[in-house]
Design a protein around this ligand. Sequence first.
Ligand SMILES: Cc1ncc(C[n+]2csc(CCOP(=O)(O)OP(=O)(O)O)c2C)c(N)n1
Length: 433
Amino acid sequence: MNSLRHFASKVRFTPSTSTLLNRSFKPTTSFNRNFSSAVVEEDDKYEVTNQLEFQTLKHYIPVYTVMNQEGEVNPPSADPNFSKDEVTKMYKMMLTLNTMDNILYDVQRQGRISFYMTSFGEEAIHIGSAAALDLKDTVFAQYRESGVLMWRGFSIEQIVNQCCSNEFDLGKGRQMPVHYGSKEINVQTISSPLTTQLPQAVGAAYAQKLMGEKACTIVYFGEGAASEGDFHAAMNFAATLQSPTIFFCRNNKWAISTPSHEQYRGDGIAGRGPNGYGIATIRVDGNDIWAVYNATKKAREMAVEQGQPVLIEAMTYRVGHHSTSDDSSRYRTLEEINFWKEKRNPMHRLRQYMLKRNWWTEDQDKEVVSSVRSQVRESLMRAEKQKKPAISELFTDVYDVPTKNLLEQKAELFEHLKLYPDEYPIDQYAQDK
Ligand SMILES: Cc1ncc(C[n+]2csc(CCOP(=O)(O)OP(=O)(O)O)c2C)c(N)n1
């Protein structure tokens, strides 16, 4: 809540050190420069002082927000002014994600899929940021960003096939549910070990820059993931190489059962950007879709036009449990959850915006929910009837040309299956290629 106290309404990135260095700095103290050490004289970006003082945190980066819970935008110029159709598409996508999550969560509870993660409360982050990007921009996600994929065209059918690990799962059944990936929509496959996606994204963005592409790479991660060493390595590489990477942190206040105040002692994740790494940074209200959109759009422009990394910290709240393996009632109160669900709901905010313009009615909510429910249920019925990926797929995709020992293992496996056909449910797998 403290962090939401500071509001700003102009998209202003806290300048990176490199921007600051371009300005000439003059010492502000009256200290005689002749007394300064050789190290300081050579490095004239530093002021000198004769005050023995350890610096402490004095300034918190404000939260950029432009739309309140009633759907009012202030200042009006901060409204991106999308058409009725465009806003309707955004809102429907948020509602679709929310409805689908509700069903798939229950489906896991029924034992029909092995695992699931919901995005409740973070819908504005997904749609607001995804809408500001181009399909040419590469996405590296953590796992709680299904809406970003959906915005790019990943269908409910594809989501359900992945969760069921059937033969139509693009990941060929090799990953846990929600670890999506698709070449077609330029989203790299999600991997479970936290933060590995950050250095990878910096490399991908740098490659885009070297190849002269008018594109960037966005990488999503949680504030918990930002405690990994890979976060720091990635930020420093991006800064020193000037890799056009958008670091998008979803600070949803919880990393499973660890609250964010146990995760860091400084000014959150945003505080690390400008002084820590020389990366231009903004902190936004993650439950305000227009704030998220404006910030990401500006960040993209800075990354693509100026070829530099940018950091966005979106303040939000993880309304659901961490995953189906978690019970958050063990470590947080229902009151806290309900506050965010009811008083800070990102979908409610956009709905109010639409109701004010007579672009939406409460009845339409019911229609969307009912239609999405049928789509998910039908997709699930189809997906469950499909075969599992072909057994031979176990041996593909690591090497361009399979190695000798892999071919031997494959031959051995098929010989074994032939010898014991009744011991394995071979008919449940797709035909071998
Ligand atoms: C390297 C590594 N350590 C621990 C885990 C276990 N783990 C999975 S998710 C998670 C919490 C991550 O929290 P955060 O980054 O804040 O994202 P959120 O789940 O809140 O969206 C942890 C500790 C992991 N997957 N990888």
